[in-house]
Design a protein around this ligand. Sequence first.
Ligand SMILES: CSC[C@H]1O[C@@H](n2cnc3c(O)ncnc32)[C@H](O)[C@@H]1O
Ligand code: ZN
Length: 437
Amino acid sequence: MSELLVSGGQVLLPDHTVTEADVLVDQDTGNIVDVDDPGALEGDTQALDASDGLVIPGLVNAHTHVSMTLLRGYADDKPLDAWLQEDIWPVEAELTAEDVRVGAELGLIEMIKSGTTALADMYFFMEQVAEAVDDAGMRGLLGQGCISVGKDEEDAHEDFQSGLAFAEEYDGYADGRVRTAFMPHSLTTAGEAYYREYVPEARDAGLPIHFHANETEGEVDPIVEEHGERPLEYADDLGLLEPEDFLAHGVHVDETEIDLLAERGTGVVHNPASNMKLASGMAPVQAMVDAGVPVALGTDGAASNNDLDLFDEMRDAAMLGKLAADDASAMAAGTVLEIATRGGAEVLGFDSGRVAAGANADLAVVDLDATHLTPHHDLVSHLVYAAKGSDVRHTVCDGEVLMRDREVQVFDEESVRERAETAAGDLVARAERDSGQ
Ligand SMILES: CSC[C@H]1O[C@@H](n2cnc3c(O)ncnc32)[C@H](O)[C@@H]1O
Ligand SMILES: [Zn+2]
């Protein structure tokens, strides 16, 4: 049996208390064996030094489009609709499988370097993302984003069929670290007929469903006009609100919809930075937490954020949550940390998000020996309000060390950066050539 002993530091326990302890990991099962007093545990093989550090659960990025790192800074300062239609969709039409692969590698490196060990990802060429997640040693819930608007019927059916085929083929890939979902893009970009046809197929295949919903006011109004009900009532009619399902954004949700989500047990991924940058609005996230909706945290893609650092996102969730509720006690540090760890893991169906015996050994060690983290009154407060992704010293997923002393072990970071720079330049050149610019 090979083991990993993370020792010499403090540990954030599931109840958010902090104690001096060591963590023993079984690398064969990828699980935590024990969390015990300093020196009480012995490991056979590898050691990871956590002195002056805090061992926390690996963070969970529950909604992203990781390969959009190639489009970071490509189009900013526009609302969602214009941003997608004028800039993002035209350039995405030029994407190749190789682009998606290198964009994913770049984004996964960024995540590893900021303590994220699991993600939910919706994009194109998802085989490439699955292989990159495998190489990264991370955990992913992956799905091809399916769209019917703007396509002829044959192409739209092909998109939904290949989305289901990907999900069925890749579920359990990467020694079980990759799980899959059926991912229609949104309630407005996938037509009702496609939901009626493919949701039952997804259910037969046992797949969860993930989609964008209630992101902007402009997306809510047409659904109310066409269907005479709120978007999430429409989603419920379509069979999209099962306990294993989860939607992204949920900004413009009313009380009825919040109650419906709580009743159904459907998850909501809060994306505060993207919601602010695209001026989509302020999600009533504390109200959803209070109602018992399973809430998780996500960055959305790097083109609407513009980074994949969940420490930034936690701070944004706390700040925006207070503003949205007009209440400084809303989205307190403990609540935010919970949605970024255990809450996210539960929404994605992973047995991670906590440092406890039996859980997946998905961990990050945060360096506390920093000027901006001094003094140490309250480490939960520090994680949410003061720490940065660059404070992460080591990252571990499934018992394997993905980053040691800030050296990424699973990719050649320099070479990925070079390849990504070239791919991004070529991609934009193709888009400009084809648009006649
Ligand atoms: C069909 S793959 C996913 C699709 O989603 C686009 N996207 C990125 N960010 C958002 C967002 O905030 N709302 C809706 N859609 C978004 C992405 O560019 C891909 O086209
Ligand atoms: Zn999104």
